[in-house]
Design a protein around this ligand. Structure first.
Ligand SMILES: Cc1cc2nc3c(=O)[nH]c(=O)nc-3n(C[C@H](O)[C@H](O)[C@H](O)COP(=O)(O)OP(=O)(O)OC[C@H]3O[C@@H](n4cnc5c(N)ncnc54)[C@H](O)[C@@H]3O)c2cc1C
Length: 392
């Protein structure tokens, strides 16, 4: 490609910011980042915003490269044929390459009453809506969902002296190794959180002051917080692009859309080979970097590389004074090792700060982010291909 190349990045979260910054390696690339807010949201601190123990908003000037043009708007449509995006404000922005990094939010709850009476915490606006509700209510709080978000919300509120029940659906922290799970359970007990696990602990209905469980029990609940799963925006679906079952943009292993070589996906809204990585800011920054590398390769008329991403573990805060670092194998399966207590809380805080530092470093020195690799993904894809062939 000769001349200037216009790259539009949709979504200024962890993946989008990393990608936008990394693209500034080339002086002949114009990078436009479109995001609905004029500030960056640190989603990994939203439980702190809910509990009033922290903030979750950062000035883009601290983390975005000077060369990136920020447009505060929402993309309403991707016109694939015309290579342009439509904006909520009515404008259109053309592109040569598009990075689709719209992230995730709270999944639409399927349980009767949950959408009306329970409070999700997956986005800044949801967390901000819940904050004054919690301020006004001193009675019991129910947190539904015991993945990382539910665990972190329950612990953060309990540490402040609130009466909290955590309804797990199945088990506490499904990702965790049994040893890590026991450590979290111990901390929850210390904080006075009632943890309900097992088949009888699935929520079947929510009313303004009651949560009904599959085992027949009802819980009185002044405030019910819904953390059971993330969903993704439907922009790709609405734009006629191929997605996985939940709406993530379907790509090949280079993160390029299976429909169009000019569209590349990153972060929680990407589904490479229909085998997406676990939604996390840990993977979002790396996938964002790889998405930028794919675009830069295409601009240079080179074959982009397949993504190769390994994991180190999952880091949970359990209030401000304790945490858990669940070590994982490179392929993201939890191992029997973990770090708990105060040191893990310090590590979690370090990770949160370091994540922002990664973004800022990439703004100053684009191309600098490096990450651990995992060769097992190739084996996994190969195994799946063989399965498909044997079914045929
Ligand atoms: C309470 C909580 C705690 C968490 N803790 C951790 C943790 O400890 N560790 C971890 O790894 N992960 C954690 N996560 C998950 C993590 O926050 C996400 O996986 C991560 O934010 C994904 O990054 P992303 O860049 O893909 O998307 P996001 O951070 O969601 O960013 C996407 C951006 O795109 C914007 N956008 C969406 N649609 C449009 C549109 N149509 N036009 C323009 N812009 C659009 C959004 O507004 C947003 O700014 C946590 C999440 C929550 C809610």
């Amino acid at each position: 490609m000769t001349g200037n190349t216009d790259v539009v990045v949709i979504g200024g979260g962890y993946a989008g910011v990393l990608a936008a910054n990394r693209l500034t390696q080339r002086g002949d690339v114009t990078v436009t980042l479109i995001n609905p807010r004029s500030h960056f949201v640190e989603r990994i601190r939203l439980h702190q915003l809910v509990a009033g123990s922290g903030d979750a908003v950062v000035d883009y000037r601290e983390i975005l490269a000077e060369g990136v043009q920020l447009v505060v708007d929402t993309v309403t449509e991707v016109d694939v044929a015309a290579r342009r995006v439509g904006l909520a404000s009515g404008g259109v922005v053309g592109y040569d390459y598009l990075i689709y990094a719209v992230g995730s939010g709270s999944a639409e709850p399927q349980v009767p009453g949950a959408a009306e009476f329970a409070y999700p915490v997956g986005t800044l606006e949801e967390a901000q809506r819940l904050r004054p509700v919690l301020d006004a209510a001193t009675a019991a709080v129910t947190v539904v969902g015991a993945g990382p978000t539910g665990i972190e919300v329950a612990a953060e509120l309990a540490e402040q002296g609130r009466r909290v029940t955590l309804v797990c659906g199945s088990v506490l922290g499904p990702y965790l190794h049994p040893r890590g799970r026991r450590s979290v359970a111990k901390r929850m007990a210390k904080l006075g959180v009632t943890v309900l696990e097992g088949p009888a602990a699935t929520v079947t209905a929510v009313t303004p002051d009651v949560v009904r469980l599959s085992g027949g029990h009802t819980l009185r609940s002044a405030v019910t917080i819904w953390t059971a799963g993330f969903g993704v925006p439907d922009l790709a679906v609405r734009s006629g692009l191929s997605t996985d079952a939940v709406g993530r943009l379907l790509t090949d292993e280079t993160l390029t859309s299976v429909d169009d070589a000019h569209i590349v996906a990153a972060g929680d809204s990407a589904a490479p080979s229909n085998l997406p990585f676990r939604m996390s800011c840990q993977s979002a920054t790396r996938i964002g970097a790889h998405a930028a590398d794919t675009v830069l390769s295409r601009i240079a008329d080179q074959q982009p590389a397949p993504i190769n991403l390994g994991f180190a573990g999952q880091c949970l805060s359990l209030g401000r004074r304790a945490g858990l670092f669940q070590f994982a194998a490179n392929d993201d399966t939890a191992t029997k090792f973990h770090l708990a207590g105060g040191p893990a809380a310090k590590l979690k805080e370090f990770v949160c700060r370091h994540t922002l530092k990664h973004l800022a470093d990439e703004a100053r020195k684009p191309g600098s982010l490096r990450w651990i690799k995992d060769e097992k993904r190739r084996e996994l894809l190969q195994a799946r291909r063989s399965e498909v062939l044997s079914v045929r």
